[in-house]
Design a protein around this ligand. Structure first.
Ligand code: ATP
Ligand code: MG
Length: 389
């Protein structure tokens, strides 16, 4: 018998004729992120052969692969009953703590096997009862489940399943530009969109010299965390936004300056998305959280974008966003005191109500805005961030 990891995917199983493409992408991403000695598709599962690599190491890396529903440490055996029993005994010995109840669940896709699923479950159940005197059968609510999957050429034996995030393999849904501030929300927004299979590039607006090198490092560190979930390195782009901001601050009513800045960000992000063939922008916006996030202001900001603006956190509670940020490791970086651009140029009383007409009208009087945006765009600095686990 051979130690393997059985990987299960759920949503991608539903995808009709795209299924083959998703499976291929998932295997490809496992190869790049987990770097296992051998991984193959077998009978609707993905099987990683350990071949000397430690299970702990594989497990730690699998967390970063979106598109996986659950996985189990398992033994691949022949159809020989003694070998199956041996595998069950070893796995239970490894995993038992103080559980008192168990059941055996058999899935038999190899129909030529001499016993039915029920018969094999009963047979192995009797064996477990004999070897582990403290265990009792509970078919409805067992503390531990022994799984047996009988396939054509081999059987997979495992105890329990570990859940992962699910979602889709990164890369199957196209590409988007994440507007990544130094705040708590936007890194989490990026994480959720990676989970839906989007490839991302980040774009951050800073205001040197009002923001320091530490602010740049902060957004790059945040992007590096997201890069762990990506099979390919992530590009992180930094815009020096100071001149645009100063120009708006000086030439437009204070209360609209924040929305005007946001519209400039949208236009610069659109330029980048055209160049990089990205089909959408992603923000960490959330309805009603701050002044710029009323419905009318969101509409005024979105008006400046030609591509859809995805806002995965739109209806989240702040407390849940914070919890997710802690879980994925961005929180500790986000709360560092180094500001991104907006804080440095925030108006005292930003308008909570705006209209597209007013903003377009204001912009038509800002004659240099277009050139300043173009200059900021041309001077974007790009960094490539790999996955260093
Ligand atoms: P965050 O915690 O992500 O900063 P927030 O709740 O503070 O979000 P805002 O500051 O209003 O909200 O920003 C809304 C969104 O606009 C951000 O989530 C981000 O996507 C984008 N954004 C704001 N400022 C910047 C910036 N300096 N660089 C890049 N994107 C930004
Ligand atoms: Mg912010």
């Amino acid at each position: 018998m051979e130690p393997v990891v059985v990987v299960r995917y759920s949503e991608i199983g539903l995808k009709g004729k795209n299924r083959g493409y998703f499976e291929k992408k998932l295997i490809d991403n496992i190869r790049k992120i987990v770097k296992p000695p051998e991984v193959n598709k077998r009978y609707g599962r993905i099987i990683i052969r350990l071949k000397g690599m430690s299970f702990e190491e594989i497990k730690e890396r699998l967390r970063y692969v979106f598109g996986i529903h659950s996985f189990s440490y398992a033994y691949a055996t022949s159809h020989d009953l003694d070998e199956i029993k041996e595998a069950v005994k070893e796995l239970l010995t490894l995993s038992l703590k103080d559980e008192k109840t168990f059941k055996v669940q058999t899935k038999r896709s190899y129909k030529q096997f001499p016993l039915t699923s029920h018969e094999l479950s009963a047979y192995i159940g009797a064996f477990v009862l004999e070897k582990f005197k403290n265990l009792k059968v509970d078919v409805h609510n067992p503390e531990i489940t022994v799984g047996i999957e009988l396939k054509e050429k081999e059987a997979f034996i495992f105890v329990g399943k570990e859940r992962l995030y699910g979602g889709f393999p990164v890369g199957v849904s196209g590409k988007a530009i994440l507007l990544l501030s130094g705040g708590i929300d936007s890194p989490v927004a990026g994480w959720y969109m990676l989970k839906r299979g989007l490839k991302i590039e980040t774009l951050s607006f800073l205001s040197p010299p009002f923001t320091s090198e530490k602010s740049a490092k902060k957004v790059l560190d945040l992007a590096s965390i997201l890069a762990k979930y990506s099979p390919e390195p992530i590009k992180a782009n930094i815009v020096s936004f100071t001149e645009v901001q100063q120009y708006i601050k000086k030439n437009a009513p204070d209360k609209y300056s924040l929305i005007l800045q946001r519209r400039s960000m949208m236009r610069i992000a659109n330029k980048l998305s055209r160049k990089r063939h990205a089909k959408a922008l992603i923000t960490g916006e959330n309805i009603a959280q701050v002044a710029s996030q009323t419905l009318s202001n969101l509409a005024s900001i979105e008006d400046a974008s030609n591509v859809p603006v995805l806002r995965p956190l739109i209806g989240f509670e702040k407390i849940d966003i914070v919890e997710k940020a802690k879980e994925i490791g961005t929180y500790e970086i986000s709360i560092l005191p180094y500001i991104d651009s907006c804080v440095a140029f925030a108006p005292k009383n930003p308008a909570t109500n705006s209209s597209v007409e007013i903003l377009r009208d204001l912009e038509s009087g800002l004659k240099e805005l277009h050139d300043l945006e173009e200059k900021a765009y041309r001077e974007i600095k790009s960094y490539t961030l790999g996955r260093d686990l």
